[in-house]
Design a protein around this ligand. Structure first.
Ligand code: Q0Z
Length: 287
């Protein structure tokens, strides 16, 4: 637990605290959610893997856009962040047709106003990545919105800026991941604005909780893809006939170990840093 600080928010698997007027502390837990339900069993070090990956990406994208990272704490799961005014949209970039985009495409032939070619199949790679913003739902799921709706929320010039920056960040990360056997199918980025009106990348970036990570060797368009990190847990939950309503099932130890190993494998493949080296000194991801 952090020092005496105000708890200012909870995500499903993360907590946010106020350090002072300018700084927040973002703490990633070891909780895992699947089928939108947080399971009662933790995955040891999951929060450290996600925190380390996010910091790794912040350190490598600073030339594209500034980010909120101020410091990485020794526990490996807490980051001190610059406090921003967050934009009221989720900035999603998709290189592959999956999830809600696949559903929208089947129904309408378009995703967030991007009309796509006919006869695409589920999980197909898109000719060009697309920016597909969504509203931030306080309850239930985010809703995909088109350019006009997003411009209503952030203004035209800010929209054009976040679209350009989000696409550039995705291309950089997806190319890095592809070269290491991981398809970054899509990603959700969050941006804020600092006191000088500058756009700043915030929250977490290019983690398996904010992105779809697919093992490249198993990629086969025309069906949903296995998740790099959560597939063992999902398969287990389905194998026991869980109806996907809360509470979720406890995970047996072999499923926990297999899932932890996949998170660590994603970290090591993407960063080329041994996870034990990260545990010994989290700042290795910043160098
Ligand atoms: C992020 C969230 C939660 C984790 C607010 N740098 C920032 N400045 C201002 N606000 C935020 C950030 Cl990151 C901010 N969230 C989402 C909630 C745990 C992230 F409970 N909310």
């Amino acid at each position: 637990m952090p020092e005496a600080v105000l708890h200012v928010g909870s995500g499903k698997v993360r907590e946010l605290y106020a350090l002072d007027a300018e700084r927040l502390l973002l703490v990633a837990s070891d909780r895992i959610s699947t089928f939108d339900v947080v399971l009662p069993t933790d995955i040891p070090d999951k929060g450290r893997v996600l925190t380390g990956l996010s910091a790794f990406w912040f350190a490598r994208t600073g030339s594209v856009v500034p980010n909120h990272l101020l410091a990485l704490r020794d526990d490996g799961r807490s980051t001190e962040c610059k406090r921003l005014t967050m934009l009221p949209i989720e900035c999603v970039v998709r290189g592959y047709l999956s999830g809600s985009a696949w559903k929208d495409y089947v129904t309408t032939g378009a995703v967030c106003g991007h009309r796509l070619p006919p006869n695409l199949v589920e999980s197909e790679r898109l000719a060009e990545p697309i920016f597909t913003p969504a509203t931030k739902a306080t309850a239930g799921h985010d809703e995909n919105i088109d350019r006009a709706a997003a411009v209503e929320l952030v203004g035209e010039s800010r929209f054009d800026e976040v679209e350009r920056v989000a696409l550039e960040l995705y291309e950089l990360a997806a190319e890095h991941a592809q070269a290491r056997g991981i398809i970054l199918a899509d990603t959700k980025l969050e941006f804020g604005v600092d006191g000088d009106g500058r756009l700043v990348l915030a929250d977490e970036a290019f983690t398996p909780d904010s992105s779809r990570f697919w093992p490249a060797q198993d990629y086969e368009p025309g069906r949903p893809q296995p998740s790099f990190d959560k597939q063992y847990a999902r398969d287990y939950c389905e194998s026991i006939g869980w109806d996907k309503t809360p509470p979720g099932p406890e995970l047996p130890e072999e499923i926990v170990a297999g899932t932890r190993a996949r998170y660590v494998e994603a970290f090591e493949r993407l960063t080329e840093i041994a996870f034990d080296d990260y545990l010994a000194d989290p700042e290795v991801v910043l160098r």
